[in-house]
Design a protein around this ligand. Structure first.
Ligand code: NDP
Length: 274
């Protein structure tokens, strides 16, 4: 499995797992936890969740019980809770649901109305207390990142989790280059555009690799430097399918065909978010 190196000398597997919409239906919680565990077995050891995702944190807690050390755990505080005290309290609730003593990366879900400096200070307190190992942000555009870096503790931001897939490539213009330059790995969320990606346009590349279109969409992200990819699946077969994207090597012909179907940006554009 390809590894991504982070500024704090930490390394993570480039292909992880998302959890949005897990835990919404109690009758599916056990199979969702099972799918996550299967993903860990297959090397998808970074698990992304958030306090916003209904009861997904509880599902994750069940999935990682007894194997916490194998996993890089990412969770997020809602912007509405991201005051100094609100962040500390939200983290405590997440730790309870996740049944763990520490979250590896704790992120601000998107920029909100509480001053970012307060959130970063709370993150720093949580880090000192050992309740989180490191912290970052999500849905931060180029300007947001530059501002954040200038604040106290801003230099400690380890990642920016953003919408990035073949159909949402605007971030390639300035945000991703800026993150690379500042050694901040990007986590690409909704890598399959929530299964709405135009899979028909991936069929010919997929056929050359004896792969599925979804695997090609993930392989395209994994091919790039310093990108962590977090597809969500609550289905064992699709978890296995997704894990195999890690062994696909796209060549120049594949990449230029994908650029034709899914053109890169030719100008700056605002960050899209879901
Ligand atoms: P994804 O692009 O990962 O797509 C998930 C959907 O695709 C699900 O419906 C899943 O269904 C389906 N799917 C999974 N694998 C395959 C496959 N091989 N072939 C066909 N369909 C497949 O979307 P998400 O929005 O879930 O993004 C991934 C993760 O990123 C989230 O779960 C969350 O952790 C994070 N995220 C973060 C956001 C943020 O604001 N920071 C916003 C959005 C997401 P099934 O489960 O039935 O397999």
């Amino acid at each position: 499995m390809k590894r991504v190196f982070c500024s704090d000398n930490f390394q993570v597997n480039a292909l992880g797992q998302g959890t949005w919409h897990m835990g919404m239906d109690a009758s599916r919680a056990a199979s969702e936890a099972d799918a996550l565990r299967f993903g860990i077995d297959l090397g998808m050891t970074l698990i992304d969740t958030a306090e916003m995702y209904h009861d997904a944190e509880t599902v994750v807690g069940k999935a990682i019980a007894g194997r916490r050390d194998e996993v890089t755990l990412v969770s997020k505080v809602l912007p509405g809770n991201a005051s100094y005290k609100g962040t500390i309290d939200a983290c405590e609730r997440s730790l309870q649901k996740l049944q763990t003593e520490a979250i590896d990366w704790y992120l601000l879900h998107w920029p909100g109305s509480h001053p970012l400096g307060e959130t970063l200070e709370a993150f720093s307190t949580l880090k000192r207390q050992g309740k989180i190992r490191a912290f970052g942000v999500s849905n931060f555009d180029y300007d947001d990142m530059a501002t954040a870096r200038g604040l106290d503790f801003g230099e400690d931001i380890v990642t920016n989790q953003i919408l990035y897939n073949l159909e949402c490539r605007g971030v390639e213009w300035d945000l991703i280059p800026w993150c690379r330059q500042n050694k901040i790995p990007v986590m690409a969320y909704s890598p399959l555009n929530q299964a709405r990606l135009n899979f028909a346009n991936l069929k010919s590349v997929a056929a050359r690799h004896n792969a599925t279109p979804a695997q090609i969409a993930l392989a395209w992200l994994l091919h790039q430097d310093q990108i962590i990819v977090i597809p969500k699946s609550g289905n064992r077969a699709r978890v296995e399918e997704n894990s195999k994207a890690a062994i696909i090597e796209l060549d120049a012909t594949d990449l230029s065909e994908l650029d034709r179907f899914f053109p890169p940006p030719d100008h700056a554009m605002p960050l899209q978010m879901l």
